[in-house]
Design a protein around this ligand. Structure first.
Ligand code: ZN
Length: 139
């Protein structure tokens, strides 16, 4: 098994990403990456766009690697939606199966947190989520 194959087995959530750098910093494994897709579908109308408006970096927590926190530092593009009937002028790309709108964690970590919250009646799962990030308290 090659190193690339091993990484694909250990980190399937990164299959749609181009990983640019992995480093240890601040007690966490930081993975700097961007999407491999040339564009993204508009969440409003579903139309495909490759016309880039701007970009920014998101910090997204993922499940731990060994005993170390894993932070995905994802370079995200904002695209124009060119459909005149769509209510959105721009939108941010999401990585299918990995990120979601306003998400500060990966879909995989969210599933783990939800399972913990359901198994323990919600109190322990809620305690693991920072106070400003609980459902219904978004700004
Ligand atoms: Zn649209």
């Amino acid at each position: 098994m090659s190193v690339a194959d091993l990484l694909a087995v250990l980190f399937p959530q990164f299959a749609l990403l181009h990983v640019e750098l992995v480093r240890l910093a601040g007690g966490a494994v930081r993975v700097h990456a961007r999407s491999r897709a040339p564009g993204a579908p508009c969440p409003g109308c579903g139309g495909w766009s490759e016309r880039v408006h701007s970009g920014y970096e998101r910090r997204i927590c993922d499940s731990a690697v060994g005993d170390q926190e894993l932070v995905l530092q994802l370079r995200v593009r904002r695209f124009f939606c060119d459909d005149a009937e769509c209510g959105r002028r721009t939108f941010a790309e999401q990585v299918p199966g990995l990120t979601f709108r306003y998400g500060r964690c990966t879909m995989g970590l969210r599933k783990v947190r939800e399972a913990v919250a359901l198994a323990l009646g919600g109190r322990v799962g809620a305690a693991r989520t920072p106070p400003g990030r609980r459902a219904g308290r978004r700004r």
